[in-house]
Design a protein around this ligand. Structure first.
Ligand code: BTN
Length: 253
C-alpha cells in the first residue's frame, strides 16, 4: 500500500478522503507528523503532536463488517507496537472495540469511518493514532481514560518508523479482508489480549443505555458478550469501561 507522508494536516482521515476524491488509487495510507484537528471516536478530539504515529488507510467500502474491521485494526495496532516494547507486550491489551492500553492507560486509538466520496463511491477509512515518542507533559489530561505514551511508559524513545511500517502492512490486510467476519485465529488472539476479560465492566451503548456485567468474550462480527445476571447482552457499539471506579465520559480523547 502506498504511503503519503505529510508534515502537518488537519486529520489524516480527512486527508485520505481528499486524496481519494482527487483520484488517488486505493488502497492508500496517509501519515502526518502533526495533526492540528485530529479526531477521536464519538466526535471527540485527538491530541496529535509530533512524535506520534498518526496514520489512516483508505480503501473501497464493499460489504464491510464494521465490528470486525474495528477489532482487526486494534490487532494490527497491537502487532505494530508489541515488537517495540519487549516484555511489556504482556501488559499491552486491546480494549473493546479498538483501543490499546498499556498498564491500563490508553496508548492508541482507532477511528473507523464510512465516508461517501464526491463521485458516489463509498470508502472505508481506518485511522490509527499511537502515542509513541510523546513526552508525558504533552499528553492530554482530564480525559475519560488516562493516556500514556510509549516514551513515558518505557522511559525510552521507540522506533516510530518501524511501528508505522508494521502498521501499514497490518492495515493493508484489514482493508483487504473488511468484508469477512473474524476468523477463529483472530478471535483467539483478540480474546487473549482483551482488557477486562472476565471482569466487571460498565457498557455505555450508543442509545444511551448502560449495561453492567462481566465481559465474557467476542463474536465473529465483533460484538462483545457481557453477562448481566442470567442473560448475555451482545454489545454492537459503545464504550466498555472497567466496572469499578469507571466514569461516564465527560471529556473526549
Ligand atoms: C479514539 O480513540 O477516539 C480514536 C482516535 C483515533 C486517532 C487517529 S490519529 C490518525 C487518524 N486521524 C484522525 O483524525 N484520527 C485518527
Amino acid at each position: 500500500m502506498r504511503v503519503v507522508v505529510l508534515d502537518e494536516v488537519g486529520s489524516t482521515n480527512d486527508e485520505a478522503v481528499r486524496l481519494a476524491e482527487q483520484g488517488a488509487a486505493l488502497p492508500l495510507a496517509v501519515r502526518a507528523r502533526v495533526q492540528v484537528s485530529g479526531r477521536g471516536r464519538g466526535g471527540r478530539g485527538w491530541a496529535s503532536p509530533a512524535g506520534g504515529v498518526w496514520l489512516s488507510a483508505i480503501g473501497a467500502w464493499e460489504g464491510v463488517v464494521p465490528g470486525s474491521v474495528a477489532l482487526r485494526a486494534a490487532l494490527a495496532a497491537w502487532d505494530a507496537v508489541a515488537p517495540e516494547v519487549g516484555r511489556a507486550a504482556e501488559r499491552l491489551r486491546v480494549k473493546w472495540p479498538n483501543d490499546l492500553l498499556l498498564d491500563g492507560r490508553k496508548i492508541a486509538g482507532v477511528l473507523c469511518e464510512r465516508r461517501g466520496l464526491e463521485d458516489g463511491r463509498a470508502a472505508l477509512v481506518v485511522g490509527v493514532g499511537i502515542n509513541a515518542n510523546i513526552e508525558a507533559s504533552a499528553l492530554p489530561t482530564g480525559v475519560r481514560l488516562p493516556a500514556t505514551s510509549l516514551l513515558a511508559a518505557l522511559g525510552r524513545a521507540v522506533d516510530a518508523d518501524g511501528i508505522e511500517a508494521r502498521l501499514v502492512q497490518g492495515l493493508a490486510r484489514v482493508l483487504a479482508s473488511a468484508e469477512h467476519r473474524l476468523g477463529e485465529q483472530e478471535l483467539a488472539r483478540l480474546v487473549d489480549r482483551l482488557a477486562y476479560l472476565e471482569r466487571g465492566v460498565v457498557v455505555h451503548q450508543l442509545d444511551g443505555s448502560v449495561v453492567r456485567g462481566t465481559l465474557e468474550g467476542l463474536a465473529p462480527d465483533g460484538r462483545a458478550a457481557v453477562r448481566a445476571g442470567e442473560r448475555i447482552v451482545w454489545v454492537m457499539a459503545g464504550d466498555v469501561d472497567a466496572g469499578e471506579g469507571s466514569l461516564r465520559p465527560e471529556t473526549g480523547f
